[in-house]
Design a protein around this ligand. Structure first.
Ligand code: HEC
Ligand code: HEC
Length: 338
């Protein structure tokens, strides 16, 4: 092990001449290296292993922070890393008796940008900002890909099929009308009704005030058409890869809410593949992801028959066997009582 570190140090030309490091190992770092700030007082032999640790924690190579001359402060990341080293020291001294409990790895977990949201199993929630992706063009391409009569927007859909949650598959029926929705599921424990009527959400006989935004945003997110997608007033563009395919991403804050939305569209077909909602709690945001697949032509428009929803709580699979566009709706179905 030790030999590896020594070789790494020499091979990266940390010093102008190839000083034999072994003789200098136990000197203070600042006497062996040229530009030591954070590691003042540490042993010189501890510097390279620390560098290996940092690189592995962020999932990067040495050149992420360094130019050829390792003593140079040219790269911004090196400065940030110094701040992070100080932060790590501070956290551990204040809260963990100076033991290295919280480290670069705790937050970074192999990535340069730590996730501020809880992980969603098996799903990568990262997208890259791109000025080349124009949100208006992407949304227009989506509307075109879905098809239908532009004069007759999809104001409502009714769907029936099955829902699979925690291994249990149950018949389900749903109606979405603008922001309103109602879902009925026949599970082992009897029929369950939940919905949102524009003012309050309900689950069974329990009414939840609008302030509990997460619930209705999450459910509304199952809507399947361009006209029903929650609007982002000032969207920005990004790119991402989903199941190996290139995506164009439109994202931003939803109107009148603190919820952040990201819509992933297939670069080739233009269709919506993923809607991701991140809604805040007082400690951080929770992410809900809906993956759309199995697009079919229904009443002249392309709609997804399968929606897989992922959240930190688990996975829900909705598979619809029948969808109707703009059905006749009795407004009373959106009340909890009925
Ligand atoms: C995330 C950023 C980061 C990465 C990645 C990184 N380093 Fe460093 N490196 C630093 C910082 C910050 C310092 C300055 C430490 C100080 O101020 O005491 C430093 C200092 C050094 C020095 C001392 C240079 C001098 O003469 O002052 C060497 C040598 C070095 N790094 C080698 C490496 C090697 C080899 C790797 C890859 C295995 C690596 N570093 C990866 C941030 C990084
Ligand atoms: C308490 C959590 C935490 C710890 C511990 C931590 N970091 Fe970070 N680090 C962050 C966060 C969060 C960001 C991103 C900040 C942002 O996006 O503005 C970040 C950003 C960085 C960046 C900038 C990445 C870029 O390219 O913009 C570097 C470099 C970095 N950290 C290095 C380190 C190193 C090295 C350590 C260990 C000594 C470390 N961090 C420990 C939370 C942490």
């Amino acid at each position: 092990m030790r030999l590896n570190y020594v070789l790494a140090a020499l091979s990266c030309t940390a010093f102008g001449s190839s000083v034999a490091m072994t003789h200098q190992e136990d000197k203070p770092a600042e006497q062996v290296f040229k530009n030591i700030v954070s590691f003042k007082g540490s042993k010189a032999s501890d510097v390279i292993p620390a560098m290996e640790f940092i690189s592995a924690s962020l999932g990067v190579k040495c050149d992420y922070c360094h130019t050829q001359d390792r003593a140079s402060d040219e790269k911004e990341q090196k400065g940030t890393a110094r701040e992070m080293i100080a932060m790590q020291k501070d956290i551990n001294e204040r809260h963990f008796n100076g033991r290295n409990v919280v480290t670069c790895a705790s937050c970074h977990g192999g990535h340069t940008h730590p996730l501020p949201v809880p992980p969603v199993t098996g799903v990568d929630v990262r997208a890259r900002r791109s000025a080349d992706v124009k949100p208006a063009d992407v949304l227009a391409a989506y509307t075109k890909a879905v098809g239908g009569d532009p004069g007759k927007p999809i104001s409502a859909v009714s769907l029936s099929g099955t829902i699979t949650e925690q291994g249990e598959k149950s018949p389900t029926e749903a109606v979405y009308n603008g922001a309103n929705y109602v879902i009925k599921t026949k599970g082992a424990k009897g029929e369950m009704k939940e919905g949102f009527n524009g003012q309050a959400a309900f689950i069974g006989t329990m009414t939840i005030p609008l302030q509990f935004a997460g619930q209705h945003v999450r459910e509304r997110a199952y809507t399947v058409s361009p006209d029903q997608l929650p609007q982002i007033p000032t969207p920005t563009g990004a790119t991402a890869t989903l199941n190996g395919k290139p995506m164009l991403v439109v994202r931003g804050q939803l109107a009148n809410e603190s919820t952040q939305a990201s819509y992933f569209f297939d670069k080739d077909s233009g269709l919506l593949m993923r809607a991701m909602y991140s809604y805040p709690t007082i400690l951080g945001s929770i992410v809900q992801i809906n993956d759309f697949s199995d697009y079919r032509k229904v009443d002249g428009v392309e709609l997804p028959m399968t929606i897989a929803s992922h959240s930190p709580e688990g996975e829900t699979l909705r598979h619809y066997t029948s969808i109707h566009v703009n059905p006749k709706i009795d407004p009373s179905i959106f009340s909890a009582a009925k």
